[in-house]
Ligand binder design. Structure first.
Ligand SMILES: Cc1ncc(COP(=O)(O)O)c(C=O)c1O
Length: 411
């Protein structure tokens, strides 16, 4: 393939992929074409370097992590995607490893290419197990853009595509009384991102998940934890729910499980929810679900994520960020009105919704890719790869300091 200039790529992307995205990135001053990438860094084809604090949850272990590349290379020597309808040593090994690591008695795993598909399956399992249809999720949440996941998400993304599957209700996140009011005898599942990122990196009170667990137990409702973003170490625990000391019935994971190199997601669930697969083990299939290459990658991801010291780094860097962000909140009080998060998922709350996109743009100018929360644009999300070191955290904080300074002078 002949090498294209960045201008040609942008032209062709606008002509053949998405004129809308090109227009938006031009508006943000970021019509850049990603080129080389390594560790926490992403370079554009003009050689500009960005610390990638946007997509850390896919690139938890950095871009092109050498050990993951090696695992994929080795797998390519003998394996391919595998036949999803047959048995598989790779799927068995990965599922067993996940069962050992999961909270509570979560045991079975079904693998899918995308997180949205894994959420769809979680909802199907909950409906089949309870014989009910109602799904209660959090307003402003994001669970994917497939059928049932879309129906559980934000109205802006589902309304153009109706009629959608019925039975979905949204409630404010973190408000146990609102959740309790929304539950009735038709409720099959409560679906919550443990810390909803797209809704603005919301951290619920200490008694929230214990109360969710109690309500679900009392009423025979399935609790589905969406940890597609916050699982696999992002919060400084392997699973974000660990902080609340309770276990869900279904855990959905994805993104980082891929090592940024081979798509794989999973719906992991307790044994008592397996009835539908006992009736018909082929009732849910996916040609690329649990690709054997993807399983090899995911195992290598789990090895690194559970290695001694890995979570400590996330916690220490998270504390360093939180201290720095708190100082910036004091320095720019009135412009910054809150900082929150856990481990390396952090949100900087600004005084107005238009300030999130403006700060995103300024951060890009300072070499950091960190994007406002889609369903709450007043929040800037900071989600670096989990391998970020202390010096690099300082660089992000400095970029934020300089960007906030510029934002003040622009107001
Ligand atoms: C919390 C959460 N759940 C589900 C999904 C859907 O995952 P995918 O894009 O792999 O379908 C995403 C994607 O961003 C997500 O952030």
């Amino acid at each position: 393939m002949a090498e294209q200039t960045p201008a040609e790529v942008i032209r062709d992307f606008a002509a053949y992929v998405s004129p809308g995205r090109v227009a938006l990135y031009e508006q943000l001053g970021f019509a850049a074409v990603p080129g080389e990438r390594e560790g926490i860094y992403l370079f554009d084809t003009e050689g500009r370097r960005f610390i990638n604090c946007r997509c850390g949850e896919i690139f938890n272990l950095g871009h092109r992590n050498p050990a993951i590349i090696e695992a994929l290379r080795r797998a390519l020597d003998t394996l391919d995607i595998g036949d999803h309808a047959l048995l598989s040593a790779q799927r068995a090994v990965l599922a067993k490893r996940l069962a050992q690591l999961m909270p509570g008695d979560i045991q079975y795993s079904v693998f899918t290419p995308s997180g949205g598909e894994a959420i769809d399956l979680a909802i199907k399992i909950a409906r089949a197990a309870t014989g009910r249809t109602g799904i209660v999720s959090a307003s402003g949440g994001f669970y994917g853009h497939t059928g049932l996941a879309l129906a559980a998400g934000d109205p802006a993304y589902r309304e153009p595509f109706g009629p959608l599957a019925p039975g979905f209700t949204q409630v404010p996140f973190g408000d146990i009384a609102a959740l309790e009011r929304a539950l009735d005898e038709s409720t099959a599942a409560v679906l919550l991102e443990t810390i909803p990122a797209t809704a603005g990196v919301l951290v619920p009170p200490a008694d929230y998940y214990p109360a969710v667990r109690r309500l679900c137990d009392e009423r025979g409702i399935v609790w589905i934890a969406d940890e597609v973003q916050v699982g696999l170490g992002r919060t400084g625990n392997l699973w974000a729910v660990e902080e609340w000391g309770v276990a869900p019935d279904v855990m959905v994971i994805g993104k980082g499980l891929s090592g940024g190199l081979y798509p794989i997601s999973a719906t992991c669930y307790r044994p008592q929810l397996n009835g539908i697969f006992e009736q018909n083990p082929f009732i849910h299939t996916s040609s690329f679900g649990g690709s054997e290459l993807g399983c090899a990658v995911a195992l290598a991801v789990l090895d690194q994520t559970t290695a001694p010291g890995f979570q400590e780094n996330v916690r220490e860097r998270g504390n360093q960020f939180m201290q720095g962000l708190t100082a910036l909140w004091e320095k720019y009080n009135g412009l910054v009105i809150d900082v929150r998060g856990r481990g390396l998922i952090l949100g900087v709350e600004l005084a107005r919704p238009d300030l999130g996109p403006a700060l995103t743009m300024l951060m890009l100018r300072h070499g950091v890719l960190a994007i406002y929360a889609n369903n709450r644009p007043s929040t800037l999300q900071i989600k670096p790869p989990l391998i970020i070191n202390a010096e690099e955290v300082e660089q992000v904080l400095q970029a934020l300091d300089q960007s906030l300074q510029m934002l003040i002078s622009m107001r």
